[in-house]
Design a protein around this ligand. Structure first.
Ligand SMILES: Cc1cc2nc3c(=O)[nH]c(=O)nc-3n(C[C@H](O)[C@H](O)[C@H](O)COP(=O)(O)OP(=O)(O)OC[C@H]3O[C@@H](n4cnc5c(N)ncnc54)[C@H](O)[C@@H]3O)c2cc1C
Length: 379
């Protein structure tokens, strides 16, 4: 199989590079930023993602450097039990628990596996052109490269998607997610869990990222109108005000958060696409199925894409067959998570008490069956 030119060295692009290296397929990564800086806060790798990471040879590093979670618990504003998932049960079946890890640590792991010489930084792609024989990837610095096969892994605002499918625009959920890194250790009774509080004014949760200290990050997702400012000091004040009507640990953790670690992001998503490929170019990750954060699966889907595309390129003689197989195992599943994330987000920000009651009364067996389906990669 010919060399892959990967545009975008984020979670998906770098994971694809790991998969191709593992299979002895040539590749080169072009990344827009000048250097990798500690980005974002942390990320949750669910059990399906852990299985994909294992097949890419990365799960042991995540287990070593991240924090495992025994379960997912939901309480209401009065700290009353709503629901709980016990992930140790799924560990027996699928071999892994959910893990949280600092994004910067995960990025470091990926770059160390790939080798810096295989990544060119400071290369912002502005478009791709195809003439039937080859692909020309154009960069903002006026240079271009010819590629036999190019992969657009350039994130939710993908320039490659815009070149291939002009007008397939982002849509937005009327929602904002605030995040922060507190100097804080969660109370012992919840320290091994990914714990959540759902209330009428949004959904707050805490994600441990370090095994021994249980240090981690919190997120608070709410309707955009709740706190309109994105200035971190205003956000902190607004969240502390809302925390007064929640269990004490919510206020304690927000209070213990340095203002400069607080970031607020909107909730764009890519409406599901029928195909991710045109000619000798294919999309991967958020470029093809960017989703709102409410299922914590966007990065996981990018990693599943990376595994699938590296298998496809390894096991098919023609690029066309590889692209067809890749899309056949990925589009339906990723599109389902785009829709699920949007639905979960809408529930959390707009449906208030009804959403909480739905979770409280969801039949346990049906929920477990859904989780099992979610955890099964299907290829
Ligand atoms: C608040 C929040 C919480 C989240 N939590 C989770 C979670 O817990 N679990 C989970 O699985 N997912 C989560 N996600 C989603 C996850 O972050 C994304 O789905 C994931 O980063 C997608 O990976 P990607 O490689 O496709 O895109 P990115 O990680 O965005 O990488 C794209 C890369 O391409 C580069 N780039 C951009 N434009 C160009 C260009 N024109 N030319 C060259 N390079 C370019 C960028 O600099 C970047 O390095 C969350 C998202 C948000 C917003």
């Amino acid at each position: 199989m010919t060399e892959a030119t990967i545009i975008g060295g984020g979670i998906g692009g770098l994971s694809l590079a790991v998969g191709l290296k593992q299979r002895g397929i040539d590749f080169h990564v072009y990344e827009a930023t000048d250097e990798y800086k500690p980005a974002g806060a942390g990320i949750i790798w669910q059990i399906n993602t852990m299985q994909a990471l294992d097949r890419l040879g990365l799960a042991a590093d995540v287990q070593k450097h991240g924090a495992s979670h025994a379960g997912y618990s939901v309480r209401d504003a009065s700290d009353e039990f709503v629901m709980e998932n016990d992930w140790t049960e799924f560990e027996d079946e699928f071999g892994f628990r959910v893990h949280g890890i600092y994004r910067s640590k995960f990025q470091e792991i990926l770059v160390s596996k790939i080798g810096e010489e295989n990544i060119t930084m400071g290369k912002e792609c502005i478009g791709v052109e195809q003439d039937g024989d080859s692909v020309t990837v154009q960069f903002a610095d006026g240079t271009d490269v010819d590629a036999a096969f190019a992969v657009g892994a350039d994130g939710i605002n993908s320039a490659v998607r815009e070149s291939l499918f002009p007008g397939h625009s982002l849509e937005y959920l009327d929602c904002v997610t605030h995040r922060g890194l507190p100097e804080w250790r969660p109370p012992a009774e919840v320290e091994d869990k990914l714990w959540n509080v759902f209330a009428e004014d949004g959904h707050v949760g805490y994600v441990p990222l370090e095994a021994d200290t249980r240090k981690g990050y919190w997120f608070y997702t709410m309707h955009s109108e709740e706190i309109e400012s994105k200035d971190p000091a205003d956000v902190k004040d607004g969240l502390l005000e809302r925390a007064a009507s929640k269990p004490d640990r919510v206020g304690e953790m927000i209070d213990a958060t340095p203002v400069d670690s607080i970031k607020s992001v909107d909730a764009p998503y890519v409406p599901p696409m029928e195909t991710w490929s045109k000619g000798d170019v294919t999309l991967l990750g958020d470029a093809s199925h960017g989703m709102t954060p409410h299922a914590a699966q966007g990065g996981g889907m990018a990693i599943e894409d990376a595994l699938a595309l590296s298998i496809a390129l390894d096991e098919h003689d023609s690029l066309e067959d590889a692209q067809e197989w890749y899309e056949s195992v990925r589009i339906e599943r990723a599109s389902e998570f785009v829709e699920r994330s949007r639905r979960n987000g809408l529930g959390a920000i707009s449906e208030g008490a009804d959403h909480i009651e739905k979770m409280r009364h969801a039949p346990a067996e049906a929920m477990k069956q859904q989780v099992r389906e979610d955890l099964t990669l299907g290829f």
